[in-house]
Design a protein around this ligand. Structure first.
Ligand code: ZN
Length: 277
């Protein structure tokens, strides 16, 4: 990508009547560049409606990603549950592709379930390779985007996420900056820490990955176990000004999705600041 686009998680609140096509049109009217389809409880764009969404996204120049089901655990103990999780991932990614989405299918890969990290890593890796193959076999070359975990129990430290992206084709990270902040008990909030983050991405995935990034950015409240809930950026300690500054300085391209309680208000705020930098 050449530039950094900003958008909402889900269709903007001001969308009337509330459906995906109108959400895309509203995003354009607001001056945004992307939007994340929320397939978190179900894939809420039907196969029949997907071409319409694709057309609207193209006409309005809105780049789409999707957030896959919350009920995915590629590291489940039971084999059947791993398979069912993989199907949910593949199903959402397929529908994103059919809807013309180019920014990737974001998902929480799974849970450690009290096992140590080296035990769980190969399990997640295997399932992601299988998911990739299933999508490729059907001609869906949509990018898989494992998201950095906000909870200690959730699989996916920054290191693990970058590593798995390196090992699976057409897989890139979804960096949730508030999750990194929560899981490190207040880290990833200084200018130097944001710089370190991009240096780490470049080291593991190469410079081209910095031109194809996908973020979740919002405020967060956390406990010793990590994420509790998302907060409006101005009611949190998120140092978004420096985050935006580093994005600009490092010429980061891709998409920034805001998952704040009012994504529209906060993403417009961040976009405005970014444009003026
Ligand atoms: Zn997420």
């Amino acid at each position: 990508m050449k530039e950094l686009l900003f958008g909402t998680a889900g269709i903007p609140f001001s969308t009337e009547p509330r459906n995906t096509v109108n959400g895309v049109i509203t995003a354009r009217k607001l001056g945004l560049g992307c939007m994340e389809l929320e397939f978190v409880r179900n894939v809420n764009v039907s196969k029949e409606a997907a071409p319409e969404v694709k057309q609207a996204a193209k006409e309005n120049k809105i780049e789409l990603s999707c957030h896959c089901s919350y009920y995915i655990n590629l590291a489940a103990i039971e084999k059947e549950k791993r398979g069912a999780s993989r199907s949910r991932l593949v199903q959402a990614a397929t529908r994103l592709d059919e809807s013309g989405g180019t920014r990737g299918a974001v998902f929480h890969p799974g849970f450690y379930m009290k096992r140590d990290a080296p035990t769980v890593y190969p399990i997640v890796l295997e399932q992601m390779k299988k998911a990739r193959k299933e999508l490729d076999d059907k001609g869906h070359n949509v990018t898989l985007r494992p998201e950095t975990s906000g909870k200690l129990a959730g699989w996916g430290t920054l290191k693990e996420t970058l590593r798995v992206c390196n090992e699976v084709e057409n897989t890139l990270p979804c960096i949730d900056i508030s999750h990194l902040h929560a899981i490190t008990q207040g880290g990833y909030n200084k200018k130097t820490e944001f710089e370190d983050l991009f240096n780490d991405v470049e080291k593991e995935l190469g410079k081209q990955a910095l031109r194809d990034m996908h973020f979740h950015a919002q405020g967060i409240e956390y406990t010793e176990r990590g994420e509790r809930n998302h907060l409006p950026i101005d009611e949190s300690d998120f140092n978004y000004r420096d985050f935006l500054l580093v994005l600009k300085e490092y010429k980061i391209a891709g998409t920034v999705i805001c998952e704040a309680p009012d994504p529209e208000a906060d993403v417009l705020k961040m976009h405005k600041i970014y444009q003026k930098l």
